[in-house]
Design a protein around this ligand. Sequence first.
Ligand SMILES: [Zn+2]
Length: 294
Amino acid sequence: MFKTVYRILSVLLVLAAICGMAYKGRIKEDFENYKTRAIPALMYHSISEVPAGWPADLCVAPGVFEEHLQYLKAQGYNVVTAPQAVILLKSRQNVMNTVIVTFDDGYENNYTEAFPLLKKYGFRGNFYIVGNDVGKEKNQDGMKKYMSFAQIKEMHDQGMEIGSHSMSHDPLTSIKPELLPWEIYQPLNLFYQKMNFWISGIAFPNGAFNDAIIAEIRKYFKYEYGFSGQAGCNTLKIVEETPFALRRAGVYDRGNGAKDVEKVLQKCYVFGYLEEKGLPVILLDKARRLLPFI
Ligand SMILES: [Zn+2]
């Protein structure tokens, strides 16, 4: 019995390998074509060493972050803002090697460390700010220091994209429904009052959203895009069909320098490609630990 199962599995494996070889050229071509119309988005938080009490995944040291930027430069990546990416996709241009680099939470080191490095390489960053935290120092899991309105405005005036990361950073899926309009719309008013520009994008705290949140955002046409926490790439189809659930993947320092960002980009392209082919990418993401080759 066991032997029979083993034989069947062997035959299937060989068949799969033959089919794989037959389609390899074709699949590779299709995947390369996908990459000409897909834009990944990378997510960072704190650009710092890991301070006492902080989760390591929130932090990428400035030196390591620069290695990531050097990799993007060497590979010829065009590092754009999210609104620029949407325009590029809607104009159906070839977007091979285009990427969006984002930062959540508004830590002061985004201004002191990330901003100068982005400028050094001629890149544009996207910063998603928590309304209530601007200019604050908070003792939450260790001391956290946030950018001031003056610092955020300076980055905006030099071409960086500024967006909302809600007012409180509470996951919008678990707050009282009556607080939802305040969480979503108050950052628009606050940033306009304090910095004299309107924002058009939101990154949901923890990437969490649901139908009620999307319905609230669609009510007044104040926002043009939003980031989910789902890995993959952004294509014309995605910006048209789910503009408030753009794909984005976290970059973490696993001690491999530029290799860490290279792997995340590859994951984005592969997941985006599989999603377009109708595969359940969310399940794949969960199974990723079992499938080290993706
Ligand atoms: Zn956050």
